[in-house]
Design a protein around this ligand. Structure first.
Ligand SMILES: CC(C)(COP(=O)(O)OP(=O)(O)OC[C@H]1O[C@@H](n2cnc3c(N)ncnc32)[C@H](O)[C@@H]1OP(=O)(O)O)[C@@H](O)C(=O)NCCC(=O)NCCS
Length: 165
């Protein structure tokens, strides 16, 4: 575990947070890790419609990850549960400036305490080692794989599917 963890809170997503979420998506290193189902960060309209749809969904749950000890509670990421073909999935994204400080692991743990639906699934690029660590530490297990069209990369990519029973 990180030797220098950062304390976080999860709170409701506000309109103003979307600017930060969009900026995380522009990071090429982060884009290279994302799964095929991630929203298309290269197109601002696709990003807006993804978040509008998510926020309209009666079953989706989304939280902004913010710094607990910062007086401004600066935004450092987001985490959400959404349904795809009747399966609940979790997904998360952390500002690259804060990677490796326990935020992904702790945000998922806090989110799963709140969202009790099981089984819950995760889909990620097969080479995304950091996300695999985050999921496995929270009890997810590898159950299969799938190939999907990745709009950001403009090609098919291999994803793995994990489940928390
Ligand atoms: C995946 C992601 C959420 C991880 O967030 P994070 O806050 O860095 O996660 P944590 O610090 O809790 O844990 C990550 C762990 O993975 C480890 N890790 C990172 N890169 C790794 C690699 N290439 N191989 C093995 N382990 C790796 C880190 O060292 C850390 O372990 P540690 O605590 O023992 O040091 C973040 O990198 C991210 O947002 N990536 C872009 C979006 C994304 O991939 N989302 C996930 C699915 S779409």
């Amino acid at each position: 575990m990180s030797e220098n963890p950062v304390a976080i809170v999860l709170r409701d997503v506000e309109d103003a947070d979307l600017h930060a979420f969009y900026s995380y998506l522009q990071d090429p290193q982060a884009q290279a890790m994302a799964s095929s189902s991630t929203e298309d960060g290269s197109d601002p309209q696709a990003f807006d419609s993804y978040w509008a749809k998510l926020r309209r969904s009666p079953t989706a749950v989304m939280r902004t990850i913010a710094l607990a000890e910062d007086p401004e509670h600066a935004v450092v990421g987001h985490i959400e549960k959404f349904d795809d073909e009747d399966r609940p999935y979790v997904r998360y994204w952390v500002d690259r400036e804060y990677w490796g400080r326990g935020i992904g692991t702790n945000a998922l743990r806090m989110f799963l305490d709140e969202v009790r639906e099981r089984p819950v699934f995760a889909r990620q690029n097969r080479s995304n080692e950091a996300s695999l660590v985050v999921l496995k530490r929270n009890g997810f297990r590898h159950i299969g794989q799938d190939t999907g069209y990745d709009a950001m990369r403009g090609r098919m990519v291999d994803d793995i599917i994990l489940r928390l029973a």
